[in-house]
Ligand binder design. Structure first.
Ligand code: MF3
Ligand code: CO
Ligand code: CO
Length: 269
């Protein structure tokens, strides 16, 4: 199956879904404090999605996932299940991954929060991981390839002595949550699928402080680092435009522009 090229009508719906997902992460920030449980964060996001945004939390019941967001703490790589028994403490890092469905279209984004006062080590991992996401986004434009995105991420991660999780990747997104193509976070320049205007997909690098190996817990969802060292993740949903890229899940705390491209630059200067 070829990768879907979105129509202008579909893109408008992706913008709306993306904006709602981004707004969730902005909304939840004030609650990410020592003492809160990940189940409380889940309940707040669930209620906000359903009651305020009139949208659907995509993770809930997705392939049997029991909650509305994923909360992945410290050595949990991704797909952590919110729990009443998981209380956050100062120094923890927690990735909150939200996906909303609005008018049939998905917006998928995540951010790693540092709870209270984080160690220098934790802050460094979290920042470098966000920089990897940004470098991946900056490599996305028509004519470039998925390999260019993966390579940009891999070079920055490895230069900083972090390892990249290989088992999970970004994905095409639209009316389908996890669509083609697979967007891996490593690669060779010029290899893989060539990007075209109208493609929408996520980039969501997971960086480990230790080795790359991961393990799936018996709950069937929680992915942890084999060596139990710290891991971080950041995710955006993006659109390939005529001359660059648009970050559909852009937040006010992002330090990358919402639109990147020759035209956007021309307007800015
Ligand atoms: N939001 C995750 C992603 O980035 C997927 C979560 S699926 C769930 O692709 F079932 F674990 F919620
Ligand atoms: Co995703
Ligand atoms: Co996600």
């Amino acid at each position: 199956m070829p990768v879907e090229i979105k129509t202008p009508e579909q893109i408008e719906k992706m913008r709306i879904a993306g904006a709602l997902a981004a707004e969730q992460l902005e909304m939840i920030e004030q609650y990410v404090r020592p003492g809160v449980t990940t189940a409380e964060l889940d309940r707040i996001c669930h209620d906000y999605t359903v009651n305020v945004q009139d949208a659907i939390p995509a993770p809930l019941n997705y392939k049997g996932f029991p909650k509305s967001i994923c909360t992945s703490v410290n050595h949990v790589v991704c797909h952590g299940i919110p729990s009443d028994s998981k209380k956050l403490k100062s120094g923890d890092i927690v990735n909150i991954d939200v996906t909303v469905i609005k008018d049939g279209f998905h917006g998928d984004t995540s951010k790693t929060f540092v709870v209270g006062k984080g160690s220098v080590m934790a802050n460094r991992l979290v920042s470098i991981c966000q920089e990897c996401l940004y470098l991946g986004i900056e490599a996305a434009r028509p004519g470039n390839t998925l390999g260019d995105i993966g390579h940009a991420i891999q070079v920055h991660a490895e230069r900083n002595r972090y390892s990249i999780v290989r088992e999970y990747c970004g994905h095409g997104i639209g009316e389908i949550f996890h669509d083609e193509p697979q967007v891996v976070h490593y690669g060779e320049p010029g290899r893989g699928l060539q990007l075209k205007e109208g493609m929408t997909f996520t980039i969501e690098p997971m960086l480990n402080a230790g080795k790359a190996g991961v393990r799936l817990l018996p709950d069937g969802w929680t992915v942890v680092t084999k060596d139990h060292k710290l891991t971080a993740q950041w995710e955006h949903t993006i659109l390939v435009t005529a001359d660059g890229v648009e970050v559909l899940t852009h937040r006010s705390d992002d330090t990358i522009a919402r639109r990147i491209g020759t035209e956007a630059e021309a307007v800015a200067s």
